[in-house]
Structures are given as C-alpha cells and as structure tokens.
Design a protein around this ligand. Structure first.
Ligand code: HMG
Length: 427
C-alpha cells in the first residue's frame, strides 16, 4: 500500500521523524523544527517521556494550573489541574473560594472494591460447572499467592471469586466475577495478573471450559466517593437575587440534568472538566475514569446527572457520587516529575484521599458552571477567560494584549468584538 511502512517501530527516533517528514510533510523543514521545538533540553527528561509510550517523536504539552482555596473536610488544599480549556481552572478556583466562605466541602469514600472478570464458555450442565468451581475455588486463591502476597501485606488482595451464569444473555456464557481491594494502587496490572492466573488454574480443572478472556472492569460502582457542600439558603443571597431564587433555579437546572439525557451529558461534561484535569495531573488513567463514570451515570437505564441538589429545612445541599478507581502509587505516579509535584502539592494523599479531592473538583466545577448558567449565562465568564486565546490567535503583542484586556474589562467579549477591537487598535 502507498505510504505503508514496515518495521517502523524498530526505527530510531530520528529515522521515524525523517520518514514522517518526507512521507507526510513534503520534506517541509518547518514541520520537523516544530517537532524538535517541543523536545526537552534535558536529555534524561526527554528520554523518560519518550519511553512512556511507543513511537514517540515529540511532546504534547498541557497547561498545569492550580486552583487554591479548596477547604475539604476542614483542611485547605491547592488542587493541581492539567487542562487546556480556558475558564476551567478559574471556575474551580471561583467555586472553591465561594464554598470556603461557607464551610467548605465534605467528602467521604463509601467503598473501594474493584472488579475483574474471567469470561468463559461452557455448554454442559450448570450443576456440574458449580461443582467444578466449588472444588477448584480454594486453588484459585492458592495459586495467585505469589502475586497477591505484597498486596495482602498492605491489607489488600482478592476479596472474593463468584461464578456468574450469563446464559440468559448469551448462550454458554459464564464469568468468574472477582472482587479486589488494591489499597493505594489503581491496581490494573495487579488485577489482570491475578485474573490470568485464575483463568489458567480454572481452565486446567476441566476440558469443558473455554476461556475467552480475562480482564479488569473499569466499571467500579463499588469504588465510590461522595462529596457535598451545604449552607443556609440565605447565605446564597447577593445584590442581584435572593438565596431562595438562586437555589430554586439551581435545583431546577440539576433536575433537568437528572431527567434529560441531552442536558445530562453536557452537565456531566462540565463535571469531568474538573475530574479529568486532576486525574491527569496526578498521573491517573482518565479514560478508565471517564468510561466508569459515564456507565455509572447511566446505571438506571437512562443517562442522568452525577450531581444532585435539594433544600431541606432552609439548608441548600449540593452533592455528587462518583465511582473512581485511582492510584497514588504505581503507574506514572512515581515516574512523571510533574505528577510527583502534583502529589506533593496534595500532601502525598492515599488513593482514598485522592478520590475525595477529585470528587470535590468535579462538584466545584459543576457548581461554577450551573451558577453561571442560571445567572449571567456561561459566555460572560467563559469568554472573559478565552480572551487571551483569541488575542494569541491574532498574534497580539504584549502591548496590544495589555490594552485589549483593559478594554474588555468594560466590554462584552465575543469573537467578533475582539477582532474589531484588534483591527481598531492596529488602525
Ligand atoms: P468572575 O466572578 O467574573 O471572577 O467569574 P472574578 O474576576 O470576580 O474573580 C473571582 C474569583 O474567580 C477569583 O478570586 C478566582 O478564584 C476566580 P481571586 O483569585 O481574585 O481571589 N477567577 C480566576 N482564577 C484564575 N484565573 C482567572 C480567574 N478569574 C476569576 N483568570 C468565572 C469568572 C470564569 C470564574 C466564572 O464566570 C465561572 O465560574 N464561569 C463558569 C466557567 C465554566 O464553567 N467553564 C468551564 C468551561 S464551559 C464547559 O465546558 C462546561 C459547561 O458546558 C458545563 C455545563 O453546561 O454544565 C458550561
């Protein structure tokens, strides 16, 4: 095939770049220079990044921002956020400051169980399969001991192994549904190693069992954290509206996201602005978190809001429940220098502590977004933060930026208003 390449993975980094530039960038030296411009001048740091993944030819930066003033369970935090979208860090900081003045956030981990499954096919009598499983079950634990012994020392390991009959959904399909406690590790490698050993032992117990695959599940509805804010309704009073008006409209906005999937997806996207940015900054797997969170949001059969709100006895309450499988040891956490900085900033949290911080970031983000949406509208604050992006797009110099930022303190930011203002200034 035209432009196909064989043995690419074995090329050196320089050879990979040369191949790419000559085959896909018409040998444009600017394309090569752009890739090289993003290399780190510290060779050992660059090598570390090169080796995080495969076929690395350059780096792709994300801003590393911080949101101060997070009061969580009585302790102050500065939350690290890796995100490219404007207004997310500002929104988190804004909500943190707002709630710091009203008692802060409370958060608790409700459960920490993770799940993995051995998926297999069996076409004999179910009672015989049960007998095979019950006979072999002690050996399933026994033969994973070399893998689980360190985790057990830390108080974790395999919690249980259950045989699950799924034949009503798919002919001949069964599972070994295995539950795990992985303490401060996210546990993916540990879980998968245990599962593969369990599958090997189980398969060897009968030639009627056909193992299809063994893999952890990123759906973790029993690895759950809850975060909440609350205050008296009149503490929400402003000059523009009463606390009661604000809370009533805010609760309506949450109710809409509870019952309307089109709105719920955007509502939850705003929550994930906060969640993902902290998950990324702390070296965790945001794809796993995203997949698990959205499955949880749809657990009733209809996709719904992850946050909820109420007024009870004059007290406004706003809370979130999130399934989060996070680690503060293993993976990138001990390797990536910025991840280490992020974890140090958070006081070297346990995985449970990190779950509470991430849930709070999600709740704060949703609060800021809904507060804007139900009062000023989202564009006012968002575009105020986006102004610099538009100015950079038009290559405004430092002096132009200063003047235009000043100008837009008293004018509404829209893309065309910024373009007009730049043109006027330059004329
Ligand atoms: P504001 O009230 O105009 O801000 O809010 P301010 O200038 O009066 O400053 C008040 C505080 O806000 C500051 O306190 C900061 O905490 C924070 P201070 O530091 O001065 O003591 N703040 C900032 N922090 C860092 N950098 C800044 C900055 N500016 C203010 N430059 C704000 C402005 C944007 C914060 C507010 O309008 C807001 O929270 N808007 C919501 C923005 C948002 O949600 N953005 C997410 C992207 S939109 C999206 O993807 C999700 C969405 O679709 C989800 C949904 O539909 O539900 C909206």
């Amino acid at each position: 095939m035209e432009n196909s390449v064989s043995g690419f993975s074995k090329f050196t980094k320089a050879e990979k770049i040369d191949w790419l530039i000559s085959n896909h960038f018409q040998n444009n030296p600017k394309a090569k220079a752009n890739l090289e411009r993003y290399w780190n001048s510290d060779d050992s740091l660059q090598k570390l990044h090169d080796e995080f993944t495969e076929n690395t030819i350059s780096n792709f930066y994300l801003p590393f921002g911080i949101a101060p003033n997070f009061l969580i369970n009585g302790k102050m935090y500065v939350i690290p956020m890796a995100i490219e979208e404007s207004s997310v860090v500002a929104a988190a900081s804004n909500a943190a400051k707002f709630w710091m003045e009203r008692g802060g956030f409370t958060a608790e981990v409700l459960s920490t169980t993770k799940v993995g499954q051995v998926h297999f096919m069996y076409h004999g009598e179910y009672s015989e399969l049960e007998t095979i499983f019950n006979t072999i079950k002690p050996q399933l634990f026994e033969q994973t001991k070399s893998i689980t012994k360190n985790m057990q020392k830390r108080g974790g390991g395999i919690l249980d192994i259950k045989l699950v009959n799924k034949t009503s959904k798919l002919s001949g399909y069964y599972q070994l549904h295995v539950t795990f406690e992985t303490k401060d590790a996210m546990g993916a490698n540990f879980i998968n190693s245990c599962l593969e050993q369990i599958a090997t032992t189980f398969k060897a117990s009968s030639d009627t069992i056909q193992v299809v695959m063994s893999i952890l599940s990123n759906y973790v509805p029993e690895c759950l954290v809850r975060a909440e804010v609350r205050c008296k309704v009149d503490e929400l009073d402003t000059e523009a509206y009463s606390g009661q008006e604000f809370a009533d409209t805010f609760i309506q906005a949450v109710r809409i996201a509870e019952i309307e999937p089109y709105r719920a997806v955007t509502h939850n996207k705003g929550i994930m602005n906060g969640v993902d940015s902290v998950v990324l900054a702390t070296g965790n797997d945001f794809r796993a978190v995203e997949a698990g969170v959205h499955a949880y949001a749809a657990r009733s059969g209809s996709y719904s809001s992850l946050t909820h709100a109420s007024i009870e006895n004059g007290v406004f309450k706003f809370w979130i429940e999130l399934p989060l499988a996070l680690g503060t040891i293993g993976g990138l956490t001990g390797l990536h220098p910025m991840v280490k900085t992020a974890l140090e900033l958070l006081g070297h949290p346990s995985a449970k502590k990190l779950m509470t911080i991430v849930a709070v970031a999600g709740l704060a983000q949703n609060f800021a977004a809904l507060k804007s949406l139900t009062t000023t509208g989202i564009q006012q604050g968002h575009m105020k933060m986006h102004l610099l992006n538009i100015l950079n797009q038009f290559e405004a110099n430092a002096n132009e930026k200063l003047q235009l930022i000043e100008h837009f303190k008293t004018h509404t930011v829209t893309h065309s208003a910024v373009v007009d203002a730049i043109e006027n200034l330059r004329a």
